[in-house]
Design a protein around this ligand. Sequence first.
Ligand code: UT7
Length: 335
Amino acid sequence: MYNSKITGLGYYVPDNVVTNDDLSKMMDTNDAWIQERTGIKERRWIKEGSEDTSAVMGAKAARIAIERAGLTSEDIEFVVFATLSPDYYFPGCGVQIQEMLGLKTVGALDVRNQCSGFIYALSVADKFVKTGDYKNVLVVGAEFHSGGLDKTTRGRGVTVIFGDGAGAAVISRTEDNTKGILSTHLHSEGKHAEELTVLAPSIRHWVPEIMEANDKNDESYFPYMNGTFVFKHAVVRFIEVISEGLQANNLSAEDINMFIPHQANLRISQFVQKKLRLSDDEVYNNIMKYGNTTAASIAIALTEAWEQGKVKDNDIVVLAAFGSGFTWGSVIIRW
Ligand code: UT7
């Protein structure tokens, strides 16, 4: 058995800043409501006419991560790409990255686990490296939400939350058995699939049917979220899956040096922080600047925390996410 660790991190967000006041010009919302309920002050939305897509942003983040790992595209042996907003219905963004980065004809896998996507993707990469199959795996999380949101008052409960962006990590084989990814734990509960979903287009609600109905009021193209229901499940599952990870490594919450939660809602992060009795400098949040970037959020936050020197050698770093599916998971790392 080999060991695995994160050797490079990178992120990319579009330049275009959309403030809460900008949103209040599109729909019936306001800065006070958004900040109070979510903590979000602004987010990045890809500007119309930009070349950016989930795959393009993912490639930009990945180039930084590969360079910081001291590697070149030649060294990447496998790609795992997490997104709920792929450029095409199929094929997935993984193959686009293979082409955009000029990788060898390596395997490219897409992960469809929404807010938990980066955790699931890291877990896959970790296992491939630990089994000895690959030395360097590229993991990308990227989302182009703004193209698919309902920017009218009807969609305000969802639209104000989501932002665009990408993050990437290189997972590499290491001989050092004392550090690296210690564990990953993944869960799902599909009975709640329709509490946070985009229903169409899908095989059940397919394009000819939609075109024939030509119903401008059809909401099934837009994300639906039963916010309060999701919130209540999120706070429980976050704690459960973090405890599961800590226990598996004979650690306790007191051992955590840095907790990086999926950036779904600042109130969720603060609830979990309080339960784990972590101080403000033991948690990294950036939802204020970027909103919820789903599969990209942990990767962007981890990269920023690392860039700011907040993730240090030998630190116990905990990553955790909960979201659509429902799916949830945690990753425990000794940095
Ligand atoms: O990342 C994946 C997982 N996602 C999550 O974990 C998100 C979990 N849920 C949440 O973050 C919160 O539930 C939301 C931020 C989505 C909503 O916050 P809330 O405190 O649960 O509000 P609510 O949905 O109960 O809505 C309260 C009120 C409603 O009005 P009434 O019925 O009380 O008159 C909404 O219509 O706020 C209204 N509202 C808004 N008002 C202004 C909903 N969205 C907005 C808005 N601006 N954008």
